[in-house]
Each structure stands twice: as structure tokens, then as C-alpha cells.
Design a protein around this ligand. Structure first.
Ligand code: SF4
Ligand code: SF4
Ligand code: SF4
Ligand code: FES
Length: 1012
């Protein structure tokens, strides 16, 4: 299934189309049956991922003898359809003529003339030569006010695809069409310039636009052979074409433009890739001309379909940033000098070997990158274990996701999401906890927002900050920071005490009820109310809602999504366990619309752990001490795995300061800004004898290195990423590595060779074949099975059968039963006090990823959010007399940062919020965070930080500049609202026939329901 979920359809029935019988499903759009039958039919406004919006009328066919829209007619038993009768043809032509009266066909000099322009292709399909309605310029100006795209009303055919995508797929609700205006057009926030609207630049509208009315700026003047003409020449060229067209007809002109399109296609490369930002796993084609990125074109991606967020659609300039590293650097006498690859690699091999010889293998440690591929993460841990002989290897899931993995391993047996994004869409109740989903996992959030808007799911958001999803939720609960464990346990106790638990599920599929029941005994409603600040009635209402949503086992139930608000606490593992326990007692596992979804942050943070870049497990979560695992690896690697746990990220720094760790090789991780307590971390780096950093840029962390290696970016290599859905997807090389850089896998292979292990890999496919051999959950993964947009969700059996939905029949324990785990409350350590009186929260923003090393190199993103800042509540601002833009100093026991204030109701009272992205290392929020950690996994308790605030005298502009989408005013509506077009006095159904067949689908507002 690709793209957003469509309405369920009924039983199969027979439909006669052009005299042949086909099978359809009652309720599905007739056009889907026609398309499956591969009968050519014009359909300009229809997009399978949007559903019927019925604005263009080009799909007119005769249905039971009456002409109507094929897209707007739901299938019923016994339909007789004829697509090419004279009346149908007349209506199709008339509808198309109306379209081209709104659209100047200058295809040969159009950047959208790439073989996939729907308006162009429909002209050929209908054989139109002389349109009856000439093009009428609308006299409306183009809008170039957005950094990434422009709108040209003169080319807009008013199909409304963009409106539908914005209203009901992205659900940003920015776009509408003013159907009642004399000259309708697409509007942003009801008539604002794009750059002053609520548009988040996700790109959905541009992706679905069937012509050049909405275009990526990176395409303009770049895609075609003749499209970079200066404006006067361009206009003269159009006039020339028009002149010829009058005498020769359109087909001849179209033939010329088809030849031009064919010629340009030779210079445009379209490469399937996977987004390198968050863990949603959006995949798409990226169009390039040499190193110029023309555009990102989503469509068939299994996780995202037509969807992207601003980073996936437009955030690629970082690849061509002028400050990419292009030569290895070696530190000499305190300064870096350029070196050849051979010299740098020789030095690394020699120093690692020397330190191992002097201090033993455990004096070395390795950190894999969650931005690099699975194959590369696998090689990092192979290098540590096989070449060096240490288990000192980890990845950045230590900073966010390890507690969630721990909670799931304890209870259900796999450390990953229970199902896919489609399974979340099927839930009757979605609960998010400590997750700013709309900004951190934007495309996944669109599916939650859509299901909620269409009335399919209820939404409960539990968070301390009022972000977008919180504003949309049916219920928004704001507990005290760090107390999620308490209300979750109180819910479980209440449900068990009242006999509301799913007894049948517990009896047949779950162990450990009694012990668990005892463990939640102390969590009465009264205690929960006192500890969390939530009212007992709110907790009880939520318990009833969960029980009600999970009751009908033939439908979806409850999905719980959580992120760093839960995991970056002293009790992150315990709270993650409590979430899973709650799902188990209510029977919310094992069917679509249920389950646990710890939303993975980085594009491949799931994969980095899956691949064994962890101190106690090799790939596939196999324990290093497990005899069978030892045996497999002895056979494959020729060494015996050491059984004892190695150092994790945080322990590595402690060991360096203690003098026990001497060397660290760190790949693609700006650890000095992302680990907690940055000042402590820098002491650790300084204490090392030898440090290697491998990255795209000379990062802040690289300053501490002895050797810096220039890595290739994801667009410059092949490999696979694994998304939050456990979905393994291939990326292909869109451009060769920038001169002087190398893919990470080649770098590890070259050093291993120098240290006596000849791996001999020539392509990442060979590494994946090895992974499959030693990793049972990846047994059936191969590059052949991952061609193009094909993907596999692990576990994957040897025959290639994958598992998008886990736990349907059994949980991942020997007896197949889940385990209720008696978790323990870990209260926070740093509640605000007299000296540090504010609670500090931190997290991601939509425009930036993590610390911002990639996104600050994208001009449009950097302009939208130029730097970090601190969110201050209106109450706190009034109390301390702080104004927007005022500089303040935040001070914690660990450090201080100077930032500008932004006053917003997203935070309340004495809570302040600082985004993780920082242009300058000295302002990074992790100067403030401390050394307290999750008690089970050592994940830093970033969210458990108290600070005090000093108001500084300097003022300045608001750090969130005018034009940021957060200042916009969306215009929610049920969709494109085509009924308003049909109500215009000048509208008649094309061909002069007026019947409105399919009115049951016309009433979209009924179906949408929702919150407008
Ligand atoms: S938010 Fe902006 S870019 Fe996204 S669909 Fe709406 S108008 Fe288009
Ligand atoms: S801008 Fe919107 S309404 Fe206009 S042609 Fe493109 S998708 Fe259709
Ligand atoms: S950042 Fe995440 S949501 Fe955005 S396009 Fe990339 S994978 Fe998709
Ligand atoms: S395809 Fe546009 S009305 Fe059917």
C-alpha cells in the first residue's frame, strides 16, 4: 500500500466497461476500475493518492447511458460504462478545452516538460489540435515569495489537487480556491503572499500539481534546453510558437516539445533515494543535472507516497555546500595540515595498532553514525570486534532511543515499532507521549492528522509543550515534567482494578500479570494526581477511552507513539516499559491499528542498532555472549566474540577522562553538541591520545581530532537505511562522491586491510549478503529484493517474507507470550529549586535537523530559523519583563548559554524550551544539560535539567523572523469544495449535459466530518 490510506471499500462486483466485464469493489471510484483495466481515459484532476476531487470533468464517460464523472462515481453492482461514445468524447474535449483556456501551452520552453506533465499528456491523449477556447491570461502576478517554490496563476488550471493535498494529506490547511471570485485562483491563508502564510513548504502541492503552475525554484531555468532564456527572449519564443500553432495546429507544436523533452531527459538523472533526515523513511526520486539538484519527486515510496516535509523536499543544498571537506587532515604541532588518503589511513592503522599493543583492545572505542548506511554501521562494529577485539562500540541511539528499545525488549521482544505508518492510520485512538510529532516526524504526523481530520481516529496528546499536534488533539494533557510513568501506571492499575483489562488476551498471550499488578499497586488516582498534576478525572477518562477504543477486535484499537520526552529522562526505560505494559493489558498488540511506536529520530538510528553498533549485541540484537552467535561469527569473521559488555557512548567519555580510553574513532556524529554536558564531553576528547573524526564538514567535534576524514554524503553512495517502521530501503548513487571524499564503507575497509583483515568488499551488496548470513532477522534481505522502491520490514525470513506488523501470532520470546514487566518509577533528579528555578526542555524544530549541521547549510531553512533561541511563556515574560528578541543568559550547574528570547504560548509558566539546532557551538543547549542518566541504558536525561535565567540589557529582532510559517493563519476546510465551483452561475457540465452522477461521492464534506 502506498500513500495515505483511502476509505475502505466493499465486496467485489462485476462492471461492464466498453463491453468487457471487470471486477470492482463497491464504493471504490469507478476510475480505479477503468485504470486497472488499462483503458486510456483522461483524468487531469484525479490522483490515486488524493482520491476523487471532481474539478476537471475530463474523465467524463457514459454510465448506464448518462454522461458523468468516472472519478466521482462509486462502483455499484451492474454498472455499464462506455468511455468513447460521442457524448462522452464531446464532454471530455469540452472539459479539456476549458483547462487550456486557463493554461498557456508553451511546452517547449517550459521547465515542466519532462514527459510527466498531465496537462500536456492529456492533450495528446485526446488528440486536441485546435482548442475551442483560447488561453485567457488572468492578469494575476506570479508569487515568488517562498524560498523554495513559486506559483503562477496564469498557468493554474484550478484543478485543486494542491488544495486537497494541503488540506487533507499534509493537513496544514493553508490552501483554498476562492471559487466565488470572478477570476478564481489558489490562495494561501485566504489571500496572503506565500512567504507570509502558514505554508510549511512541505511540497505536497507542488508534487501533485499536474502542470507548471507550482514549480520548485530549483527547476526554473534549469530543467529545459531552452528554459533559461532571458524574459524578453522567452516571451518572444512563446509568441513565435503561438503564431505557428494557429496555422499548424497544436499537435505539431507538441511533437516538437516532445522531442525537446526527450533530448533533455538525456541530461537529467532520476535516482531513487531515501531521505537522510528523520526516521520516517520517506523515499523518492531525486532529479539531478550533474551536481545540480533539480527537484525531489516523491510518489511510490512505501512510507510516504506523495508526501515529504520541507527537509526531504528542499533540504539538499548541504551536499553541495562550499565547505565540504575534500581532503584528509592530520593534526601536527597543534595545527591541521592537508594529507593524502594513503598517509591518513596509514597513520590511523598505525596509531590504532600501537595503542592496542600498548594498552589492550579496550583502550579503543568506535562510534557508528545514524546518518550512514546499515552496511557502514555493520562494518564499524565488525571493525571493533574483529580487527581490534573490543566491544566498545555504540551509536547515537544511546542519546534517544535505547530506553524505548529496552522497554520493548522487556515486554514484547523486539526493539522496534510494532507496525507501520498504515497501522497507525488504522487506529481508533492515537496517543502521543513526549513527542512533537508534527515537527520531528512530519510525514508520519500527516497521517495522524489526516485520520483525525477525517474522523477516523481520536487523538490524545500528552506533553508539557503545546505543539501543533497538541493544538489539534481531542484531549491535550500537560503533566509535570518527568512524571509520565506515574499516570501510565495509574491507568494500568485503574483498568485492572475495574475489570476493564482484556482478560482473553492476557490469558492466552501474556505472562507475569500478578507481579505486574503488584508493581502498580502504589499508583492510585490520588497519588497520580498529586505527582503529575493531572486531575484524577482526566486520568480516569483516558482509561475509559483506551478501553473503549480497544474493544472491537475486528477493528483498530490503540496506538501509542512516544519519543524523546519519554526517553531522555532518568526513567526513560521504565516509562517505555509502562507504555508497553498498558498496551498489553488492554490487548492492543498484534492487529492493525494497535501497538507501540517509539518514533526513531535519525534516518538510520534504527539501522545502526539493528546492525550491532552497540556494546553488548552484534547485528540483529544477538547478545555477544550467546553461544550460537559466537559460533556464527567465528565461522564468518574468524574470531571469537568477547562475552563482556563494552563501553557505551557516555561511558567512553568517562573512561577517557579517567585515562582508560585512549583512542576514539567517530563517524558522522556531531557529538560535542548532541551529547549532554558538552563541557564534560570536551574534557573527554582532550584526554584522548588519538581521535579520528569522519564527516562531511569540519565540525565542532572535528576540532578535537588528530585525523579528520572527508566522507561522501548519502547522495554519493549506495546502501540501505532502516526507518522507524523497521523498513529496509535502498539508496542509489545520485552523483559520484565529491572529489576527495570517500564512502564510509570504503574507509573502514581500507583501514581493516592495513591492519591485516582483508575484507575485500567491492560493493555494499556484498556487505548486505554477509549481514543476512549472520543476522536471523535479516536472513532474507538482499539487494535483489530491494530493487527500486521495493522494501522489507524486518524480521525477514530467508524466503524474503517480511513482517510489517509484528506479534500477530506470537511475541518474540521462546514461548511466544509477552511479558508484563514490573517497572519502577524513577523520579527526576533536578526539579527546579531556589537557585535554578526554571525547567529546561529541548528538542527539534521542523526546519532543522538535530544540531543543524546539514540544515543550516540550506539557505531557505536557515533564513526561516537563523539560529537557536529560547521559548519563554507569556507569564514568565511578564514576570521578568522580557520582550521578544531580548538577549538572556541561561545558566545551569553545568554551563551557560546566551540566546535571544521568543515569547510563545507553546511553553507555559516556568518552563523554557531551547531548540537543539545551534549555529554556534557555544550556544548549544547541551552546554546546560548534565550527567544524570536513564538508570538502565545510560541515555542522558536531557529533559531533567533546571536552569536560571538572567535578563541581559541587549535587545534585538525576534529570533523567529517574520515570514516563519508559525505566524500564519491557516484556513481549514473540508477539501477543495468543488460544490462551490458547480454552484457558479457560469458552470455547466461539459458537453452541455448537466447530470451529476456520483453525487454520493460529491458530498465530501459528509465523509470528511472533522473539526472545521
Ligand atoms: S503547506 Fe505549503 S507547501 Fe505544503 S501543501 Fe500546503 S501550501 Fe503546499
Ligand atoms: S496550482 Fe493547484 S489548482 Fe493550480 S494547477 Fe496546480 S494543483 Fe491545480
Ligand atoms: S525528514 Fe523525515 S518526514 Fe521529512 S521527508 Fe525526510 S524522512 Fe520524510
Ligand atoms: S478526473 Fe477530474 S473530474 Fe474526474
Amino acid at each position: 500500500m502506498r500513500g495515505p490510506l483511502r476509505v475502505n471499500t466493499g465486496p467485489e462486483v462485476a462492471v461492464q466497461i466498453d463491453g468487457v466485464a471487470f471486477v470492482g469493489r463497491t464504493g471504490e471510484p469507478l476510475i480505479d476500475v477503468i485504470n486497472r483495466a488499462q483503458i486510456e481515459l483522461a483524468q487531469v484532476c484525479y490522483h490515486p493518492q488524493l482520491g476523487p476531487i471532481q474539478t476537471c470533468d475530463t474523465c467524463a464517460v457514459e454510465i448506464n447511458g448518462v454522461v458523468g464523472r468516472a472519478c466521482g462515481t462509486p462502483v455499484t453492482a451492474g454498472l455499464t460504462v462506455r468511455t468513447q461514445t460521442q457524448a462522452a468524447r464531446l464532454a471530455q474535449r469540452d472539459a479539456y478545452d476549458r483547462i487550456v483556456s486557463n493554461h498557456d501551452l508553451y511546452c517547449t520552453v517550459c521547465d515542466n516538460n519532462n514527459g510527466n506533465c498531465t496537462v500536456h499528456n492529456t492533450l495528446s491523449l485526446l488528440g486536441v489540435d485546435h482548442p475551442t477556447r483560447p488561453f485567457q491570461p488572468k492578469g494575476l502576478a506570479q508569487d515568488h515569495s517562498n524560498a523554495f517554490y513559486r506559483y503562477d496563476p496564469d498557468q493554474c488550471i484550478l484543478c485543486g489537487r494542491c488544495v486537497e493535498a494541503c488540506q487533507n494529506v499534509q493537513v496544514n490547511e493553508t490552501l483554498s480556491i476562492n471559487w466565488e471570485a470572478e477570476q478564481p485562483r489558489v490562495q494561501w491563508d485566504g489571500g496572503k503572499p506565500i512567504g507570509e502564510s502558514s505554508c510549511v513548504s512541505c511540497g505536497h502541492c507542488i508534487t501533485v500539481c499536474p502542470c507548471n503552475a507550482l514549480m520548485e525554484k530549483s527547476m526554473l531555468g534549469e530543467a529545459g534546453l531552452l528554459t533559461a532564456l532571458p524574459k524578453p527572449v522567452f516571451e518572444a519564443a512563446i509568441d513565435l510558437v503561438k503564431g505557428v500553432e494557429h496555422s499548424s495546429g497544436l499537435q505539431l507544436i507538441m511533437n516538437v516539445s516532445d522531442v525537446e523533452a526527450e533530448t533533455r531527459s538525456a541530461s537529467i538523472q532520476k535516482t531513487k533515494t531515501v531521505c537522510t533526515y528523520c526516521g520516517v523513511g520517506c523515499s523518492f526520486e531525486i532529479w539531478t543535472k550533474d551536481r545540480h539538484i533539480l527537484k525531489v519527486e516523491p510518489g511510490p515510496g512505501p512510507a510516504n507516497g506523495i508526501s515529504t516535509c520541507v527537509k526531504g523536499k528542499f533540504g539538499w543544498e548541504y551536499v553541495n555546500s562550499g565547505d565540504r571537506l575534500t581532503t584528509p587532515l592530520i593534526r601536527e604541532n597543534g595545527r591541521f595540515r592537508e594529507a593524502s588518503w594513503d598517509e591518513a589511513l596509514d597513520l590511523i592503522a598505525w596509531r590504532l595498532g600501537e595503542i592496542k599493543g600498548q594498552h589492550g583492545p579496550d583502550a579503543l572505542a568506535f562510534i557508528a553514525s545514524s546518518k550512514a548506511t546499515n552496511e557502514e554501521a555493520y562494518l564499524v562494529q565488525k571493525f571493533a570486534r574483529q580487527v581490534i577485539g573490543t566491544n566498545n562500540v555504540d551509536n547515537c541511539s544511546r542519546y534517544c532511543q535505547s530506553p524505548a528499545t529496552q522497554g520493548l525488549m522487556r515486554t514484547v521482544g523486539y526493539g522496534g515499532d510494532s507496525g507501520t505508518i498504515h497501522d497507525i492510520e488504522n487506529a481508533r485512538l492515537v496517543i502521543t507521549v513526549g513527542s512533537n510529532t508534527a515537527e520531528s516526524h512530519p510525514v508520519l504526523a500527516t497521517r495522524v492528522k489526516r485520520a483525525h481530520k477525517l474522523g477516523r481516529t481520536q487523538l490524545v496528546v500528552v506533553d508539557i509543550r503545546e505543539h501543533e499536534l497538541a493544538r489539534r488533539a481531542d484531549t491535550f494533557l500537560r503533566p509535570r515534567p518527568g512524571t509520565d510513568f506515574v499516570w501510565l501506571s495509574a491507568l494500568s492499575r485503574l483498568i485492572l482494578d475495574n475489570g476493564w483489562a482484556d482478560d482473553a488476551f492476557l490469558q492466552t498471550r501474556v505472562n507475569g500479570l500478578e507481579e505486574f499488578r503488584a508493581s502498580v499497586d502504589a499508583f492510585t488516582l490520588a497519588y497520580a494526581e498529586a505527582e503529575t498534576g493531572l486531575a484524577a478525572a482526566e486520568i480516569e477518562a483516558l482509561a475509559r477511552q483506551i478501553v473503549a477504543a480497544g474493544q472491537d477486535k475486528t477493528k483498530g484499537g490503540v496506538c501509542i507513539l512516544w519519543a524523546m520526552g519519554v526517553t531522555q529522562q532518568c526513567g526513560g526505560s521504565e516509562t517505555s516499559t509502562a507504555i508497553s505494559n498498558l498496551l498489553l493489558i488492554t490487548g492492543n498488540y498484534g492487529r492493525t491499528g494497535t501497538g507501540a511506536y517509539p518514533l526513531r529520530g535519525h534516518n538510520n538510528v534504527q539501522g545502526a542498532s539493528d546492525m550491532g553498533a552497540m556494546p553488548d549485541q552484534v547485528s540483529g540484537y544477538q547478545k555477544v555472549a550467546d553461544p550460537l552467535t559466537v559460533q556464527t561469527h567465528e565461522r564468518e569473521w574468524g574470531v571469537t566474540l568477547r562475552p563482556e559488555r563494552g563501553l557505551d557512548n557516555t561511558q567512553m567519555i568517562d573512561a577517557a577522562i579517567a585515562g582508560n580510553l585512549k583512542a576514539l574513532w567517530l563517524t558522522g556524529e556531531e557529538m560535542s553538541l548532541t551529547d549532554a554536558n558538552a563541557n564534560h564531553l570536551e574534557k573527554g576528547y582532550e584526554a584522548l591520545e588519538f581521535m579520528v573524526v569522519q564527516d562531511l564538514y569540519f565540525t565542532h567535534t572535528a576540532r578535537y581530532a588528530d585525523v579528520v576524514l572527508p566522507a561522501a554524503s548519502a547522495l554519493e553512495k549506495e546502501g540501505t537505511f532502516t526507518s522507524t517502521e523497521r523498513r529496509v530501503q535502498r539508496l542509489y548513487e545520485a552523483m559520484p562522491p565529491l572529489k576527495g571524499t570517500r564512502p564510509d564503507w570504503q574507509i573502514y575497509t581500507a583501514v581493516a586491510e592495513r591492519m591485516g583483515q582483508s575484507w575485500g568488499y567491492t560493493h555494499p551488496a556484498e556487505i548486505m549478503a554477509e549481514i543476512a548470513r549472520v543476522t536471523p532477522i535479516m536472513a532474507g534481505v538482499s539487494y535483489d529484493r530491494l530493487q527500486g522502491f521495493d522494501s522489507l520490514c524486518w524480521p525477514v525470513a530467508e524466503d524474503g517474507t517480511d513482517t510489517p506488523l509484528l506479534y500477530v501470532d506470537r511475541f518474540n520470546f521462546p514461548d511466544g507470550k509477552a511479558r508484563l514487566y514490573p517497572a519502577q518509577y524513577q523520579p527526576r533528579q533536578h526539579t527546579p529549586d531556589a537557585e535554578f528555578d526554571l525547567h529546561l526542555n529541548s528538542g527539534r524544530m521542523l526546519e532543522h535537523f538535530h544540531e543543524g549541521n546539514m540544515t543550516f547549510r540550506v539557505a531557505g531553512l536557515a533564513a526561516s530559523v537563523p539560529d537557536t533561541f529560547v521559548e519563554i511563556s507569556p507569564e514568565l515574560a511578564a514576570e521578568r519583563q522580557i520582550t521578544n528578541g531580548q538577549w538572556v543568559r541561561l545558566i545551569s550547574p553545568n554551563g551557560a548559554v546566551k540566546v535571544q528570547a521568543h515569547i510563545t504560548g507553546r511553553v507555559s509558566g516556568h518552563e523554557v524550551y531551547v531548540p537543539m539546532n545551534a549555529r554556534h557551538a557555544e550556544d548549544a543547549v547541551n552546554r546546560l544539560t548534565g550527567n544524570n542518566r536513564d538508570t538502565v541504558t545510560n541515555t542522558p536525561a536531557y529533559k531533567d535539567t533546571a536552569v536560571r535565567l538572567e535578563v541581559l540589557p541587549e535587545g534585538g529582532p525576534n529570533p523567529l523572523p517574520k515570514g516563519n510559517s508559525r505566524y500564519g493563519h491557516p484556513t481549514p476546510q473540508t477539501g477543495v469544495e468543488v460544490e462551490r465551483k458547480w454552484a457558479r452561475p457560469d458552470y455547466v457540465f461539459p458537453g452541455g449535459l448537466l447530470p451529476m452522477l456520483g453525487d454520493s461521492l460529491n458530498a465530501r464534506s459528509d465523509r470528511l466530518g472533522g473539526d472545521d
